[in-house]
Design a protein. Structure first.
Length: 379
């Protein structure tokens, strides 16, 4: 079965190495906790209001420093860990990380009172609270998820590229290296605009249950490189020089197009939430629907579709499916399938929550003005 799936190379560890792989996420979690606590950070207010004070919650941000330190430690093998270790131990790390994420979830959920009309499974999946912070807000659990998950996403992709090069050398697939570059850039961009994350869905709406513990740490950090599980074992597809240039330039352009839509939409929403009357990029006039004390943005990218940023993520995911040069291999499409499924579902949930937040009449008015959900003219 494993040979048929094309991932037998991920099961070649010795018993000792397999145990080490199982515990790798726990060591990573501890190392990132120490790095976040020790490295300097900038205190900023977020969008979420602290019910105890009535003021926006404070967050201490130092993700870019943690990211840079992790890259240096990994690249120079300062811990003695080989650069391809994260990739080679992926399967065992996912197994161990899932166990540890489950334990953390149980602690986080059952240290808080049961919510009304909620059963055991619902509490475990969605959590009982939305915010958890410690040490005078110096350590925020949700932001920790993003720092660990995002950094490990990049390191796992880079580790897979190292494995691929050591296996194939001169016959390496340039798409594998481009894949690692895409997501290292993607994560670097996230940390450059880390404050924008304080105004996004997960920080505002998600509860601290297994969905976020496992999703933020393991899915984001380890499973987002799922295409590489299969594709790192394949050499250069052997296109002609002309086709190789078209393939690599085309997928890069598609990636940047998707990234530009997603980043632009998130920045516009962030700008509107912080400075409601300010033109986005000095050009786009903010138009909105009044909903009591709230406002629904409906101009610029948010006037094209109600979740236009999700379409950007879709184009980005499509570039990932094509970057390896093996479009007929199902592994190449795993990230695309996950992203499209997740955001289509999230859009449904988000619409329901927005109707409650803004009121059904105002949300219906917004839906009449911005007719499409994600993709203009289609959906």
């Amino acid at each position: 079965m494993i040979d048929w799936l094309g991932i037998s190379h991920l099961f070649e560890l010795s018993e000792t190495e397999a145990v080490a792989g199982f515990f790798t996420p726990l060591i990573v979690f501890a190392a990132f906790f120490l790095a976040q606590m020790i490295l300097p950070g900038k205190w900023v207010p977020g969008y979420v209001v602290d019910p105890a004070t009535g003021e926006p919650r404070r967050y201490r941000l130092n993700g870019i420093l943690v990211f840079a330190l992790a890259l240096i430690v990994w690249a120079f093998e300062l811990t003695g860990m080989p650069r391809d270790w994260f990739y080679r131990s992926s399967v065992y790390a996912v197994a161990g990380g899932t166990v540890f994420a489950t334990i953390f979830t149980l602690i986080a959920v059952y240290n808080h009172p049961k919510r009304e009309k909620r059963n055991f499974i619902a509490d475990l999946w969605d959590g009982r609270v939305r915010e958890l912070s410690f040490f005078g807000d110096r350590f925020d659990v949700k932001m920790y998820f993003y720092v660990v998950g995002g950094t490990m996403f990049s390191l796992n992709a880079l580790s897979g590229a190292v494995y691929h090069y050591e296996k194939f050398g001169a016959d390496s697939n340039p798409g594998v290296f481009l894949y690692a570059a895409f997501f290292t850039f993607y994560i670097l961009d996230y940390f450059v605009f880390e404050r924008v994350q304080l105004y996004t869905y997960d920080l505002i709406h998600e509860g601290l249950g297994f969905k976020l513990f496992w999703g933020g740490l393991i899915v984001y950090g380890w499973l987002f490189i799922l295409p590489l599980w299969g594709m790192a074992a394949h050499p250069d597809p052997g296109f002609s020089p002309a086709w190789t240039n078209a393939w690599l330039i085309g997928t890069t352009a598609l990636f940047l197009f998707g990234w530009g839509i997603s980043r632009g939409a998130n920045l516009q929403k962030y700008t509107f939430k912080r400075w409601p009357e300010r033109k986005f990029l000095g050009l786009v006039e903010p138009r909105y629907i009044e909903a009591g004390e709230r406002r629904i943005l409906c101009s610029g990218l948010w006037g094209v579709a109600r979740h236009f940023n999700y379409m950007g993520e879709g184009f980005l995911a499509l570039s990932i499916a094509l970057v390896f040069g093996y479009p007929g291999n199902p592994w190449a499409w795993t990230y695309f399938a996950f992203i499209v499924s997740m955001f289509v579902w999230r859009q449904v949930v988000d619409d329901r929550q927005c109707a409650e937040k803004y009121g059904p009449e105002k949300w219906a008015e917004y839906r009449a003005r911005v007719k499409y959900r994600i993709c203009p003219g289609i959906y």
